[in-house]
Design a protein around this ligand. Structure first.
Ligand code: NAI
Length: 349
């Protein structure tokens, strides 16, 4: 693990195997400098254990940076469960995962991510209190996806203003890849602001829904990345902006909800060389963790949470302006800012 390219001084990385239920999972705790490590649980069919471990390492580091920049009093962690999980084993797997989370005594707080539903989290919550994103108290809590979408939308507005000189999204063409919890809510928010949408998903029924409700145009899953649009909003999985995509894409802005959108350094360089504006993913998709952490710590002021999510807009603008002024890729600027916050927390501790 220490030689894995995604290893970044993580505090703890644990592997769990529960033979009775079939659970196989990693929990990666990147940092607890700012508080208990917060980050969702992903269920995915990985090529192998190495790929799952790499994902957990990358995603947990991203959570540290995301929480640091969003002012969330949590460190960074992430769990991945190796799929597939047959339906008849699902309840047992999530109960076992809850026991795994509980064994960490609150140093890791789990929540929803790709492939995990609120019903799954209820099963986790039966085994541990260290879970969030399920209960709505005084209007705060529950499924974070709509809140993530709200933050992505204000991030898109900031990026459109910066790169396209637009003061709103009326008539701006946005290509959305992935119409799950985040993508579908984002489609609704963008449509309400007058954006013209082109959408793709693996599930035809979701495309139909976005076309019917939001007047979106359908695109194939391969075409969407190079669609004729102003903004590409990746809202499915990570690693989709490869060097090849960066060289061929027609949108001049990348701003979406998916974690780890840029596949590697070469892809990042290609975006930068082409002058494509990239709104760093973990900066604009922080709305969900802002809600999840507020629920976990017992906040009751929904308006205050929405204000914190809306602050993603000016934060995105600042990062993009700094990137322009210093001739540095925006992802590098955001990473530097996050590392400064983390280093400050370690000094203060
Ligand atoms: P989800 O599982 O609800 O939706 C993902 C959607 O993407 C599904 O509809 C799936 O069919 C589609 N998809 C998968 N591969 C695709 C492909 N190649 N082309 C087109 N569509 C594809 O997941 P959710 O919650 O919407 O998350 C989406 C992304 O946002 C993930 O990367 C997640 O890590 C990230 N994210 C989610 C947050 C949340 O609050 N749910 C918070 C922050 C980040």
């Amino acid at each position: 693990m220490f030689d894995n390219p995604a290893f970044d001084g993580h505090e703890r990385v644990l592997a769990f195997n529960d033979a009775a239920s079939g659970l196989r999972a990693f929990i990666a705790i990147h940092s607890t400098a700012l508080g208990p490590a917060g980050g969702g649980c992903r269920l995915w069919r990985y090529a192998d254990g190495e790929a799952a471990l790499s994902d957990a390492l990358r995603l947990s580091r991203g959570m540290s940076y995301k929480n640091a920049l969003a002012g969330v009093p949590m460190g960074g962690g992430k769990a991945v469960i190796l799929g597939p999980v047959p339906d008849e084993r699902r309840a047992g797997v999530f109960a076992a995962f809850g026991r795994a989370v509980d064994s960490l005594s609150g140093t890791y707080v789990t929540a929803e991510d790709v492939g995990v539903s609120p019903a799954d989290l209820e099963r986790v919550a039966a085994s541990t209190p260290y879970v969030s994103g399920i209960v709505v108290r005084n209007g705060v809590g529950g499924n974070p996806a709509p809140f993530t979408a709200r933050g992505v939308c204000v991030g898109i507005e900031a990026a459109a203003s910066f790169a396209l000189g637009r003061s709103g999204l009326d008539g701006v063409r946005v290509a959305i890849q992935g119409l799950g919890g985040v993508g579908m809510n984002l489609a609704g928010a963008l449509h309400a602001r007058g954006a013209a949408l082109v959408v793709a998903d693996l599930a035809p029924v979701r495309i139909e829904e976005a076309c019917d409700r939001y007047g979106a145009a359908p695109a194939g899953v391969e075409e969407i990345l190079t669609a004729d649009a102003d903004i590409l909003a990746p809202c499915a999985l990570g690693g989709i902006i490869t060097e090849d995509v960066a060289r061929r894409m027609r949108a001049t802005v990348v701003a979406g909800g998916a974690n780890n959108q840029i596949a590697d350094a070469a892809a990042g360089r290609a975006l930068f060389e082409r002058g494509i504006t990239y709104a760093p993913d973990y900066v604009i998709n922080a709305g969900g963790i802002i809600l999840v952490s507020a629920e976990y710590f017992g906040a009751t002021d929904l308006g205050g949470i929405e204000d914190r999510i809306d602050a993603i807009g000016p934060r995105t603008s600042r990062i993009l302006e700094t990137a322009r002024m210093t001739g540095t890729p925006s992802g590098v600027v955001a990473d530097q800012m996050a590392r400064e916050v983390l280093a400050g927390a370690r000094v203060d501790a």
